[in-house]
Design a binder for this molecule. Sequence first.
Ligand code: SAH
Length: 348
Amino acid sequence: MTENVIQWMGLYPEEMREELGKLGEKPFRAGQVFSWLHKGARFSEMTNLSLSLREKLSQSGVDQPVEIRQARVSHLDGTKKFLFSLMDGNCVEGVLMRYRYGATLCVSTQVGCRMGCRFCASTLDGCVRNLTAAEMLGQVQCANRELKEERVHNIVLMGSGEPFDNYDKVVRFLRLVSHPDGLNIGIRHISVSTCGLVPQIRRFAGEGLGVTLSLSLHAPNDEIRKQIMPIANRYTISETLDACRYYLEKTGRRIVIEYALIDRVNADEQCAEELAKLLRGMQCHVNLIPLNTVKERALFGVTEDQVRRFLDVLEKRHISATRRREMGDDIEGACGQLRKKIMREENP
Ligand code: SAH
């Protein structure tokens, strides 16, 4: 994809006005183009625009930058896993889950990832490139098209990529996806998950967005965390949780702590006790996820019994925690990152 091709869906209304001006069009057209694109329309479908404008638009750039290459449906619960194709031939995954409280889409923010977490399949080949805001929006558009009557109601940025390693585009996406003239998805229905880039967590607190912040903690101390997450060599758990407390203070939003239970690494009762101590007094909710085994790295998940025991310790110590329900168990295959686990952050 060349740099000078405009991805129209990724523009703010004022930027759209400016670009349309360059094409010799009246600024008020921006409202129409914006609302069409965010309804998922192609230029050719924008029937209240002149043919010549539609032509100019398609010559200058793209309308819907993402397509579904493949969709697999779970016969167990209707969860859909997508392989989305981008215009440069790259692919990312997405998962659509149907809950009582509405459809939830797991969105990718990068092709691959460079954080290097040992248990994560998305990072195995490093990061290929950042996704643009339009490409994140495009994933939502694709899912909406599949849903027909219903619409994506909740978004979790938990697909491939580290959202805060692509900070500006992610923030742009969040503003656009929640825009009242666009998809208008409530900011309270959006979660951003990070492995813990401390400066970005603090910066994000000041964006005035108030989305739910999920921290992929996965360890009760720095020693264990360093074994599985390279980011732990850059920031200590203490610094990271301080940044999360700051986020909480600024936004009033409770933090979600993600903890993937890995056999013989972080899953015994002593780890649970240590985790409880670490989180004492912090307004947070712990999501326990039995690890999706990543054979390449010889890391394995845990039994139901181990999850139960870990959870019991947290409950005894009055730490709010749940085990993530599994969905789409029959369609996950070798997927390490886009998980089959239900996202219970919003209604634990
Ligand atoms: N980079 C971000 C968001 C993408 S990963 C982050 O680190 O939070 C979304 C979640 O899936 C993270 O909590 C991540 O740690 C978790 N995850 C990755 N691989 C997993 C696996 N094999 N089993 C269970 N959870 C996994």
